[in-house]
Design a protein around this ligand. Structure first.
Ligand SMILES: [Zn+2]
Length: 369
């Protein structure tokens, strides 16, 4: 089984908008409530691990008695809030993320609902959703008939647009392709990646220009008096630019990953811990903004669809410090050294050297597998 998500613009009526706002609020409320209770539980049993294990975690159902208005919204959305919190804790315990945070009003306005007994249906430009009934949407592409809808995530952007992401599942058993061509990618802040052939992915010029514009508009925003009319106006302008940029980035990431998945049978990348990395290197622009995580997930499904492979190698692998010619590992390499030089006489662009090492490491894995 494979998954694929389809995203469409949603056009709710005023009434539906109100219910959506209520649902976003209830999901946030329940999430925060459960988080609060879990924190209290950990505090109470912090010296007694055995007793902690026996505790049952709070569920949304529990709150419905105390807060009856929770019944007015899609109960599946609330159940998913619980799952999201569980996931946040799992990520925390495995070291992939920080401790779960409370969601405030500024947090992403979104909720997920699931298909149960045909509660979600599509018909002629409308989608039927729990509690909301039929909502108008722009279906610019067909969902193939053999795809089964599993879940829907509804999101409101900061500029007030609504989107629905429809997650589907479908039968897919790609024939595993024999690996003949392999490429290694080294993550790069400025250009997304440098590959082992020495090619750089380059963000398009209009994207860079939009980024510059965003910086300027943000500066204007910071000078305006918070809460004033002019501030609100500027804030909307910034939000619109943000949206435009994130769409452009997504587009670019789709194109780049498509290209690579077409050209190569196997792509090797580093499994970067984005959070740790952005903290360690004090990047001005957040690494998240560069979309490496999104890029690797696009790559993964595009390769898998064709029976090809994505190999992620350990983030501790010394890809930059190793000489791709003789294999010697240097003790240190400062970020400012753009050219890699080895005692063996090998000289290369720092990122290309790293990408070649990543490729070699991936090929080693392939031989073992
Ligand atoms: Zn060397």
């Amino acid at each position: 089984m494979a998954n694929k998500a389809y995203q469409f613009r949603l056009y709710p009526t005023k009434e539906q908008e109100q219910l959506l706002a209520k649902t976003f609020g209830c999901v946030r409320f329940v999430y925060n409530k459960m988080l609060e209770e879990r924190i209290q539980m950990y505090e109470k049993f912090k010296d007694d691990k055995e007793a902690l294990k026996k505790q049952t975690f709070p569920t949304p159902a529990k709150y419905k008695k105390e807060f009856p208005w929770l019944k007015e919204v899609d109960s599946l959305a609330l159940a998913n809030a619980q799952l999201n919190l569980q996931k946040a804790f799992q990520n925390f315990f495995s070291g992939r993320a920080g401790f779960p945070k409370f969601k405030n009003r500024k947090a992403k306005q979104s909720y997920t609902t699931n298909v149960v007994n045909g509660n979600i249906k599509l018909s002629d430009g409308y989608i039927k959703l729990p509690k909301l009934k039929w909502v108008k949407f722009k279906q610019h592409r067909e969902i193939p008939a053999h795809h089964i809808i599993k879940a829907c995530t509804i999101t409101k952007t900061k500029t007030g647009k609504y989107y629905i992401s429809i997650l589907t599942e479908y039968e897919h058993q790609p024939v595993s392709k024999e690996v003949q061509t392999v490429v290694g990618l080294d993550f790069s802040m400025n250009t997304l990646y440098v590959d082992s052939e020495g090619k750089r992915a380059n963000y398009p010029r209009f994207y860079r220009q939009a980024l510059e514009k965003l910086t300027r508009e943000q500066r204007v925003l910071s000078r305006r008096r918070k809460g004033s009319n002019r501030w609100h106006k500027q804030r909307l302008k910034v939000a619109k630019l943000h949206e435009k940029i994130s769409n452009q980035r997504k587009d670019f990431l789709h194109k780049e990953s498509h290209k690579l998945a077409k050209l190569y049978d196997c792509v090797v990348i580093e499994d970067l811990n984005m959070k740790g990395m952005s903290q360690a290197l004090h990047f001005g622009q957040s690494v998240h903004d560069n979309g490496w995580g999104m890029f690797s997930s696009f790559l993964q499904y595009k390769l898998e669809e064709q029976g090809k492979k994505l190999i992620k190698i350990d983030k501790w692998f010394p890809s930059s410090k190793t000489c791709s010619c003789c294999g010697q590992v240097r003790e240190s390499l400062s970020l400012s050294e753009r050219t890699f030089r080895c005692e063996c006489g090998f000289e290369s662009d720092r990122d290309v050297n790293a990408a070649i090492n990543i490729k070699h490491e991936g090929m080693k894995r392939l031989a073992i597998a």
